[in-house]
Design a protein around this ligand. Structure first.
Ligand code: AKG
Ligand code: FE2
Length: 342
């Protein structure tokens, strides 16, 4: 299990780190790394700016000197930053964790969604047959893959932009391909699923053996409330994380997106995991979709209770979503980019 490389410093140790963890800041909110580096360089030489997680809205700013980080923290934390379009930054000191102390702690893995007790999480086993699975794999392999750093993707309906973690709702690429029509039909027949609407975006992910996906919540403003993910070819473990407020979270009404970030320690989050076998369909809705991060650990071998499962083949997933038109009005504003304050 890979834990975040940057963590909160020990009590009283914050002055010795040159790194700041800055939330409400990043490409997803229209600020490039260069712009951020340039704004922070008024406090001292900036060594680099990089993503703190996959949200696109949280970054690590690394200064050369701890004193620069300290000055930037004092000047900018919790205040509108004129150099960054008046955006209010939420900052904490952050230290690079030495590799030896990155704990390999795993979570018990459930085979069925109700065991996780996460409202809105469903898993449908054998949603398609092995023959259907083979045909779907052949169909995507005949298409054009786009290579990301560790995996390959295809987008249908609307392109998903990884920089902004959003879609351009005005650029419709066309209907979803006919080879997924039977899946959409089966989804439409599922019983007792609230807020069903026509799915119009498909992302196909191909993960080489052992490759996973960083913890994230799919951008609220990009997609509506139901996210379906069909697993093909190989299995994986999906972990769910619900972050609770850390003691560093300022208790002001303006804090809207500070709770869903990297943990300071594991006591600050709930973690649950589920085994996704090939041909199963996962559904994230409600709280599971809006408030829990989902995460595929980068493991070549998964322990599912007492059984060891080798990820010997690639895993291909088909994620079906509905592009949102208008702002998200979910009940989880602390995780919602539509409801976050500038
Ligand atoms: O591979 C999966 O099942 C999940 C993919 C995912 O979470 C995403 O594309 O946002
Ligand atoms: Fe996702």
């Amino acid at each position: 299990m890979v834990l975040p490389r940057f963590v909160r410093p020990k009590e009283g140790d914050s002055g010795s780190s040159p790194n700041l963890y800055v939330a409400n800041c990043g490409p997803a909110v229209g600020l490039s790394f260069d712009t951020i580096a340039s704004a922070f360089s008024s406090f001292g030489e900036v060594k680099g700016v990089h993503a703190a997680d996959e949200s696109g809205a949280r970054v690590i700013v690394s200064f050369l000197e701890p004193s620069s980080a300290h000055s930037a923290f004092n000047a900018l934390n919790g205040r509108p930053c004129t150099l960054l379009g008046g955006r209010t930054l939420h900052i904490r000191h952050s230290v690079l964790q030495p590799p030896a102390s990155r704990v390999d702690d795993s979570v018990p893995v459930s085979l069925n969604a109700p065991d996780l007790n996460i409202p809105g999480l469903y898993l449908f086993h054998d949603f398609i047959s092995a023959v259907d699975e083979e045909e779907l794999l052949q169909a995507v392999d005949a298409g054009t893959w786009k290579s990301l750093s560790k995996r390959r993707v295809q987008h249908y309906g609307y392109e998903f932009c990884y920089d902004t973690r959003n879609v351009d709702a005005k650029r419709h690429l066309g209907e979803l391909p006919s080879f997924v029509s039977f899946i959409l039909q089966r989804v439409s027949l599922l019983q007792d699923i609230p807020e069903k609407s026509d799915l119009d975006q498909l992302t196909v992910n191909e993960y080489p053996p052992g490759v996973g996906l960083s913890p994230h919540i799919d951008t609220h403003s990009a997609f509506e409330g139901l996210i379906f993910s069909l697993s093909l070819a190989g299995p994986c473990i999906m972990e769910f994380r619900r972050y609770t407020a850390g003691s560093w979270v300022p208790k002001t009404a303006s804090i809207t997106d500070m709770k869903d970030e990297n943990p300071c320690d594991c006591s600050e989050l709930s973690r649950k995991a589920i085994y996704l076998p090939p041909r199963s369909m996962l559904l994230l809705s409600g709280e599971a979709r809006y408030a829990w991060h989902h995460y595929i650990p980068h493991h070549k071998i998964d322990k599912v209770n007492e059984t060891t499962i080798r990820r010997g083949s690639r895993r291909v997933s088909f994620t079906f979503r509905k592009v949102r038109r208008g702002p998200c009005q979910c009940e989880f504003p602390q995780y919602c980019d539509s409801q976050s304050q500038r």
